[in-house]
Design a protein around this ligand. Structure first.
Ligand code: TA6
Length: 319
């Protein structure tokens, strides 16, 4: 049977410090800490696994931290096969202010990777692509890695005709979309940044966002674009049709990783062959479920099922 593959180039040990009230310039004591394997693709793998679907997490892992990432995943029962690289995989900090619910993330740049590391990864991802239903590529590129690594990676797996979901930002996204992945999930600012002046007309608000998405899809031949709008849900374009998906109303405990969970919900939907409306609902529910848990990438299937009931997908009539 086929499996979902997640690629995390910049895997991390995610450390979450729960601080009763975070005060800059003071010694802040944590009431509790969590350390777990992280990075966007790994979080997505955790969600797909929680939903009961077969998944293999890959990417680069380096040094002792890399070993901790691997053994953490093994303990969680999440299959993995990372490519070893030199140095130490990074640590990412999430300082969660319990008084406000706000989180302050400090993300390290990550290991130095070279061309030979990339070649080894491409070879490995191609092996996994042969048996994959979906490939999720998420997160930043480790320092020193060439900005076109996602473009080349997507091109390397094209022959397998497996849908690729690319969830990254900045230069990495700009370059990655040139290889026309199946789906991207930029936020509003990112989507606007990707759009050339040509698409920026006088439209305001929602209309402007819809224009941006349409332009992005047409210019780059990306079949599915979901723009995340946080608490407002998401707007998605699929096969020329625009959809809005609402977000469930929840009291978030830790929002970090909700975007990764959204992507995972969509990947699981593709794996299961869901239609677009069901896919968007599952994605949105996974994002909400994630935010209800202390650690990133945690969703509960029953909770997800209950949250779906609150979520509405509407086809926007303006096309
Ligand atoms: O989305 C949350 C998260 O996946 C954290 O687990 C943390 O490791 C971070 O993002 C990494 O983001 P980056 O964009 O640097 O790959």
């Amino acid at each position: 049977t086929r499996h979902i593959t997640t690629v995390t180039l910049n895997a991390a040990i995610d450390k979450t410090y729960f601080v009763p009230d975070l005060v800059p310039g003071k010694a802040n004591r944590a009431s509790r800490t969590i350390a777990q394997a992280g990075g966007k693709g790994i979080n997505a793998a955790r969600v797909a696994h929680a939903l009961g679907e077969p998944v293999i997490a890959t990417g680069f892992a380096a040094g002792l931290n890399g070993q901790m990432i691997r053994s953490g995943l093994t303990q969680e029962g999440i299959p993995h096969s990372f490519v070893e690289a030199a140095g130490e995989s990074r640590t990412c900090l999430n300082l969660l202010n319990e008084a406000t619910g706000e989180s302050l993330e400090i993300l390290e740049a990550g290991i130095q990777i070279g061309e030979d590391d990339c070649e080894r990864l491409f070879t490995h991802v191609k092996e996994l692509a042969a048996t994959s239903s979906v490939i999720v590529m998420s997160g930043s590129i480790p320092s020193g890695g060439s900005p076109d690594i996602y473009r080349r990676l997507i091109e390397a797996v094209k022959e397998f005709r497996v849908p690729v979901i690319l969830d990254t930002s900045g230069e990495a996204l700009l370059s990655g979309i040139q290889a026309a992945p199946f789906m991207i999930k930029p936020n509003k600012e990112e989507a606007a940044r990707l759009t050339s002046e040509a698409a920026k007309d006088d439209a305001e608000g929602d209309e402007r966002l819809h224009e941006t998405i349409r332009y992005l899809a047409q210019a780059n031949q990306i079949p599915c674009i979901a723009v995340s709008l946080g608490e407002k849900g998401a707007v998605a374009l699929y096969q020329g049709k625009l959809y809005s998906v609402s977000a469930a109303k929840v009291q978030a405990v830790n929002p970090v990783g909700s975007g990764d969970a959204f992507v995972a919900g969509f990947a699981v939907s593709l794996h299961r062959g869901y239609d677009i409306a069901s896919s968007l609902m599952l994605a949105s529910a996974c994002g909400a479920s994630n935010s209800l848990h202390s650690a990133a990438g945690i969703v509960l299937p029953d909770e997800v099922a209950a949250l779906i009931e609150q979520i509405e997908v509407r086809e926007l009539a303006d096309l």
